[in-house]
Design a protein around this ligand. Structure first.
Ligand SMILES: [Zn+2]
Length: 293
């Protein structure tokens, strides 16, 4: 097996390596899984090329080099069963215990009422935009950029975390699925890992400037509230390429980047892919760190 690209993982994140002998011919099925086994978790795996993988009986896409990715929704319940089968009939089973998480409740006040209770005529626009987003998310590419190391798209004060239960102006709404990073409007936003741009919209109702960056196999970074979008659909970007700038567009109370991540239909936590936010970022902070939602 070739060397893992997973070598520079932060130590706070656990790495498990398991190898087992399935058949008497000593044909091992190997599995390296990197990630956090918890709700919202993203696990990236490597096995021998040609191995097939199922998660709870459903086929998981494996790249020709043997890389794959799986994710678990905010409210995932119970264990998950990963089965790897090699071409020669050897197999390996791994039960993944998904740890539950406690989510905080966050009250966000001062949100313009048009974003909390949109007018009937606005709902048409919101539905149309929902279709555009849904279509862009369904694209499932063969790229294996998800196996790369990720970096924060911007650094700054974290003002919102994955999964928090949100109340806008006192009214309960869907949980927050992103990581909010407060920075002034115009701060460049970089690609956290390579990928292909699947959506590049300057003006969506809730999200404002919105970019989908597809890291392959259904793992998509979503960048919201951008003041500027510097990429176009279909464009290949490398890690560190500027995709736009922080803004205060859409449903916000201040300038920030909301970085979300989807794996297939699941909302997963992008913070799982990067280390802790670097220290001393607050000194670069000029906007008041109230930036939400
Ligand atoms: Zn947010």
């Amino acid at each position: 097996m070739k060397s893992l690209r997973f070598s520079s993982i932060p130590t706070a994140f656990a790495v498990w390596c398991i190898a087992c002998i399935g058949a008497s011919q000593a044909q091992a099925v190997s599995l390296s899984l990197k990630g956090v086994e918890q709700q919202g978790g993203i696990l990236r795996g490597e096995t021998e090329p040609g191995t097939s993988v199922t998660l709870n009986g459903k086929s998981v896409q494996v790249s020709p080099q043997g890389y794959f990715v799986i994710g678990f929704d905010r409210d995932h319940k119970g264990d998950a069963r990963l089965v790897l089968s090699s071409a020669d009939g050897s197999s390996l089973e791994r039960v993944i215990t998904i740890a539950p998480r406690k989510y905080v409740t966050q009250h966000v006040n001062g949100v313009a009422s048009k974003y909390v209770n949109p007018k009937p005529e606005t709902l048409k626009r919101i539905r149309a935009e929902g279709k555009i987003k849904g279509k862009a998310r369904r694209l499932n590419t063969k790229g294996e950029w998800f196996a790369d190391d990720f970096v924060w798209p911007v650094t700054g004060i974290l003002t919102g975390t994955f999964g928090s239960q949100r109340f806008y102006n006192g009214q309960p709404r869907r949980p927050h699925f992103g990581v909010d990073i407060a920075r002034p409007t115009g701060t460049p936003v970089q690609a956290p890992a390579p990928g292909i741009i699947r959506l590049a919209e300057p003006d969506m109702y809730f999200e404002g400037g919105l970019v989908f960056l597809d890291h392959g196999h259904g793992l998509i970074s979503v960048m919201m509230h951008l003041s500027r979008v510097d990429v176009v659909v279909g464009q290949k970007v490398e890690q560190g390429d500027i995709i736009g700038a922080v803004g205060a567009t859409g449903r916000v109370t201040g300038a920030h980047l909301d970085w979300r991540m989807k794996w297939q239909r699941a909302n997963v936590d992008p913070a799982n892919l990067v280390g802790p936010m670097p220290k001393n970022v607050s000194k670069k902070q000029t906007a008041k760190p109230i930036a939400r939602p």
